[in-house]
Design a protein around this ligand. Structure first.
Ligand code: SD4
Length: 333
């Protein structure tokens, strides 16, 4: 395959260039491609990137941006789609409950000024991403937890509702027969949405919302609502978001790490790969049974994604096209 032809194919199919290029090309050719990509990385704003197959959420966020809306509104509106989707078992209504059968939600949001708001372990309120935004905008705090967060939401006009759907209850009852707690790669972890957007003015915001790990211990909180863990945005540099086993993301402060690596000059792809490396290269770390996936975008609109195992994917809206793209991954054996 001619090199130019190959570049075209990689971008058309959306294959991770790093996988593709390192499979077929020599080191020098890789460098040439990187240079070429850097030169041709001009894109038409806006841009949206989100974890997993989240076509409608990304389309919704993109529609906000195309109408001239700001990145913060876009990520909030996009995440609300997944929170309302009862089929998604890791976010909002329909999310799988904790060991005791209680659905508890975590969410956070960051704007282009570096402001942050989060809610942790919230029951009975579906649109926790919007509650997180209210924490950011209407309180002097950054995090509210449990009952305090729920009461705050109600005081702001959010309605209480039962988040445990029949399908989720059935799955929980089945799980209770054995009550085995094991994080399962890509099964219980396939819906948490982390979303990053760049609006027409070039400002970046991000949001992340989840019901956390299925059948978690009551009170357990993962990375998703924690600044620098499940999400980090710096409008000068870019943003990153995480999905998967939150404990591993938190121990490496994954999203903050990615943004800082980009600040030091790494591309979003290189930064995501290094952040996964920090997890899998720990001495004695057995990463076979858990998944972590990252997405990132920089100020230039270049994006990256990387996971430990296969089958992580992300949606990217760029140059007016919304595509679901398989992520490159570490564990090739
Ligand atoms: C957590 N990172 O609570 C979340 C789980 C997740 O899709 O990503 N689920 O650890």
């Amino acid at each position: 395959m001619k090199r130019r032809h190959f570049i075209k194919k990689a971008s058309v199919t959306g294959l991770g260039l790093v996988t593709a290029s390192s499979t077929f090309l020599s080191v020098d050719e890789n460098q040439e491609i990187k240079n070429e990509i850097a030169v041709t990385s001009k894109y038409i704003k806006p841009l949206v990137i989100a974890t997993w197959k989240t076509d409608l959420a990304v389309e919704t966020a993109a529609a906000v941006l195309e109408k001239g809306g700001n990145a913060l509104d876009a990520v909030e509106q996009g995440c609300r789609i997944e929170e309302a989707n009862e089929k998604g078992q890791s976010v909002g209504k329909g999310g799988l409950p904790d060991r005791d059968g209680e659905v508890t939600l975590d969410a956070c949001i960051m704007n282009e000024k570096g402001d942050y708001g989060a809610v942790l372990g919230v029951k009975n309120i579906k649109h926790v991403i919007s509650v997180a935004r209210k924490v950011m905008e209407d309180t002097p705090h950054v995090m509210l937890v449990g009952e305090g967060a729920e009461n705050f939401a109600v005081s702001k006009g959010f309605e209480r509702e039962n988040l445990l759907t029949e399908a989720a209850k059935k799955a929980w009852k089945k799980w209770k027969e054995k009550s085995e707690y094991k994080p399962i790669i890509n099964i219980e972890n396939h819906d948490t949405i982390g979303m990053l957007a760049i609006d027409k003015k070039g400002n970046i915001s991000g949001a992340c919302t989840t019901s956390g790990l299925a059948y978690k211990m009551p009170g357990r909180v993962g990375d998703s609502p924690i600044i620098g863990g499940g999400l980090f945005v710096d409008n000068e540099v870019g943003g990153a978001s995480a999905t998967g086993l939150g404990e591993e993301v938190l121990k490496t402060v994954g999203s903050f790490l990615i943004v800082e690596l980009m600040r030091q000059g790494k591309s979003p792809q290189e930064a995501c790969e290094e952040a996964i490396g920090r997890i899998v290269n720990k001495p004695g770390k057995d990463f076979k049974n858990f998944q972590v996936g990252y997405i990132a975008v920089n100020k230039k609109g270049e994006t990256g994604a990387f996971s430990i195992h296969q089958h992580f994917s992300y949606n990217l809206y760029k140059n007016k096209e919304n595509k679901n793209i398989p992520s490159d991954f570490y564990n090739k054996v």
